[in-house]
Design a protein around this ligand. Structure first.
Ligand SMILES: [Zn+2]
Length: 93
C-alpha cells in the first residue's frame, strides 16, 4: 500500500468515512449511471458521457463518481481507493 493510500485510510478513519477498494479495471467512466450500459469507445479526451441507449448526458467524472458510489466490493484484491464522502472522493482507476 502506497503513501497516498495510507494517508487516505488514516483520514477516512479519522472522519468516520467508509473506504472501499475497487478493481483498477472497473469501468466507472464507461458505464452509464442511468441504466448500466457500457461504452467501450469512450476515450480519455471525451469529458461528457452521452449514452446512446437511454440518452443520459452527464459530466464524465460525475458519471464515474455515481458508479463508484454505487459499487459494492466483490473482489478484495484491488488497487483503487474510494472514500465515500464528497470531500474525499478519490479513485486512482
Ligand atoms: Zn444509459
Amino acid at each position: 500500500m502506497g503513501e497516498l493510500s495510507r494517508h487516505l485510510l488514516y483520514k477516512a478513519r479519522w472522519h468516520g468515512v467508509e473506504v472501499r477498494v475497487a478493481n483498477r479495471f472497473f469501468p466507472s467512466s464507461k458505464t452509464c449511471s442511468g441504466r448500466g450500459e457500457i461504452r467501450n469507445d469512450l476515450d480519455l479526451s471525451t469529458r461528457t458521457y452521452v449514452c446512446g441507449a437511454c440518452g443520459l448526458v452527464i459530466d464524465r467524472d460525475v458519471n464515474a463518481a455515481i458508479n463508484l458510489a454505487r459499487w459494492r466490493p466483490e473482489e478484495p484484491s484491488a488497487v483503487a481507493l474510494l472514500a465515500l464522502t464528497p470531500a474525499l472522493l478519490l479513485s486512482t482507476a
